[in-house]
Design a binder for this molecule. Sequence first.
Ligand SMILES: Nc1ncnc2c1ncn2[C@@H]1O[C@H](COP(=O)(O)OP(=O)(O)O)[C@@H](O)[C@H]1O
Ligand SMILES: [Mg+2]
Length: 295
Amino acid sequence: MELEIINLTKEFKEIIAVDHINLSMKNGVYGLLGVNGAGKTTFMRMLCTLIRPSVGKILCEGKDIFEMDGEYRKILGYLPQEFGFYPDFTVQDYLMYVASIKGIRQTAAKKRTKILLQQVGLSKVQNRKMKKLSGGMKRRVGIAQAMLNNPKILILDEPTAGLDPSERIRFRNLISELSQDRLVLLSTHIVSDIEYIANQILLMQNGKIFHSGTQEEILNEVPIRVWRLDVRKSEVEHWQAMYKVANLKTMPQGAELRILSEQCPDTNAKEEELTLEDVFLYYFGEKAGNNDDVL
Ligand SMILES: Nc1ncnc2c1ncn2[C@@H]1O[C@H](COP(=O)(O)OP(=O)(O)O)[C@@H](O)[C@H]1O
Ligand SMILES: [Mg+2]
């Protein structure tokens, strides 16, 4: 499966939410990383044919997805950032309901629902009402509904928002499992969610994807280096004003700083290994995951 994105742009009045994106995607897991307002949701909504681009196009195996229309949606699964459900539906009822909207016959839908509930680890709660599920369980129902038609392209918008750490790990394993023979695109503003599972990382800011590649490629290509420097307490403010400081560890005699800089900041600084978290901080200027939404 190949998606080709050509010059894709979306403007809302004076805002350019998605700004001339060119990208080619094949099977595998793509992690779209960017802070709130970067344009992730708008980009994904276009990929799901929910909104039309102002300029540019998206081709699936060479065909325009808006012209393919229903034929494209047959091979597409989507978990919106805010996914609606009827609170009094049971998990099973909800999935059967979505299956009927997707035009899946009842007997096929029953079989498929059973398999998916097992896969996302929700068989035991299939008769529980949606409103009684934990945040993590709801997200997993969301993933199951996106998987009902066994899509070739799976698009998940902030699927980990509001999950606790153990749910996050479970989610990562699930995505790895589901990503076989599929193109999976997931957005997040939390680096650790995609560090381990994304084959390709797309860094998005102000509507543009300004870096893409494997984690290794990104770490090799960015012109950033990271340094450890021990300073006195009275000097901390000075260093913070001069450099981007990824981490500050207070010590009895002062502080240990993790400084992001292309050049060595001080003769006493020792170079350390760069991580994706450092890259995120360098470009987005905030610690990843700080403004995590709560469901
Ligand atoms: N329907 C809309 N009308 C006007 N502006 C919008 C609309 N949807 C998104 N935007 C704006 O586009 C930009 C990108 O938003 P969005 O795609 O939701 O980013 P993200 O998902 O990365 O947080 C933001 O400035 C947002 O306010
Ligand atoms: Mg969004």
